[in-house]
Design a protein around this ligand. Structure first.
Ligand SMILES: [Zn+2]
Length: 323
């Protein structure tokens, strides 16, 4: 395990000052955070103005290398990018973190995690992390969804029965995302690997009465705005949470695994349904975060999911930091 260099700490302190924070940010130890099944502790709290953010660790997908993973990069280039980020590269480490915002006493969860036993056997920690953080799932009254991929929505449904886990919560989603997945004839048009997902969405979501479809730009809860971020899926959304002079861009899957996509924002992965649109969205959102000096988090960033992004020529550098 390495320790942050003095330069890292100074850079980090300057970044904290730029964000209006009064304390030093700690550099995350990425290798340690991504090889273990779950880092300890499994939750982390920080503040964005008056908003309390709790990052909850769900787990990690140690994805085997596959030449089809990134259309315009080889497995060797992928391994090289991971190594440069000081990450293990015998697999692609895809950790998963869910955040819960506490705004004026109300709990707002962003995405619902992968559902125990429904995605990867190494990503089952969300309920335990929630309990460790003292969050009662029944107390979550609003869920903001980024998109309808399994690692973000299977946590809404019980395994086997598809019974809703949050029947009393209002579930807010970009109307474009909901309509695309539930459109008549959609399942037949999906690639083979996505047909099961499409069938499950179409069998379950239209029966639920607690979905609220909104347009990007809408203030979905006080201080939180939906940001249009298409490409990863047709209606993928980010969320910008603001309080006082501080803002947090909840980027979800826009930068996916930033060890790969910060230095190579042009890489088009199998995970992006529309590669060129995803690349354009990624550049626009990261440029906005840099220009506005916004804090940044992402679902697949190293736990606790927060990081610092900076421009590096035509690409970016990403440093995982704990706020
Ligand atoms: Zn994801």
């Amino acid at each position: 395990m390495s320790t942050p260099s003095r330069r890292d700490i100074l850079v980090s302190a300057a970044f904290a000052t730029a964000l209006g924070l009064d304390r030093t940010l700690a550099i995350v130890q990425p290798a340690a955070a991504q090889t273990a099944a779950a880092p300890s502790p499994t939750f982390h709290r920080y503040k964005v103005g008056d908003i309390e953010v709790t990052a909850l660790y769900d787990g990690i997908w140690r994805k085997p290398h596959d030449p089809a993973f990134i259309k315009n990069a080889s497995v060797d280039e992928t391994k090289e990018a991971l190594a440069k980020a000081n990450l293990p590269n015998e697999f692609v480490p895809i950790p998963l973190t869910v955040i819960v915002l506490k705004i004026a006493g109300k709990l707002v969860m962003v995405d619902a995690g992968s559902g125990v036993g429904q995605w990867q056997p190494t990503a089952t920690s969300l309920p335990a992390s929630m309990q460790a953080a003292g969050i009662d799932p029944k107390g979550i009254k609003t869920i903001l969804l980024s998109h309808f991929h399994p690692d973000h929505i299977f946590g809404l449904m019980e395994k086997g029965t598809n019974a809703p886990i949050y029947p009393d919560a209002e579930i807010i989603v970009n109307a474009a995302e909901y309509q695309w997945w539930t459109e008549e004839g959609r399942v037949e048009k999906l690639p083979e690997a996505r047909k099961g997902l499409g069938q499950r969405i179409q069998a379950v979501f239209p029966k639920w009465k607690n979905f609220k479809l909104v347009q990007p730009g809408t203030e979905v809860v006080a201080g939180v705005r939906m940001v249009n971020a298409p490409g990863h899926t047709p209606g993928h959304a980010a969320y910008l949470a603001g309080s006082g002079n501080q803002q947090l861009m909840i980027s979800n899957d826009v930068a996916y695994v930033p060890a790969l996509l910060a230095p190579h924002p042009e890489w088009q992965g199998a995970y992006d349904q529309d590669g060129p649109t995803a690349v354009a969205t990624r550049r626009a959102l990261l440029d906005q975060v840099i220009a506005d000096q916004t804090m940044l988090c992402g679902a697949h960033f190293p736990f606790p999911g927060t990081g610092r992004i900076a421009k590096d020529g035509n690409a970016y550098t990403f440093t995982p930091v704990t706020i």
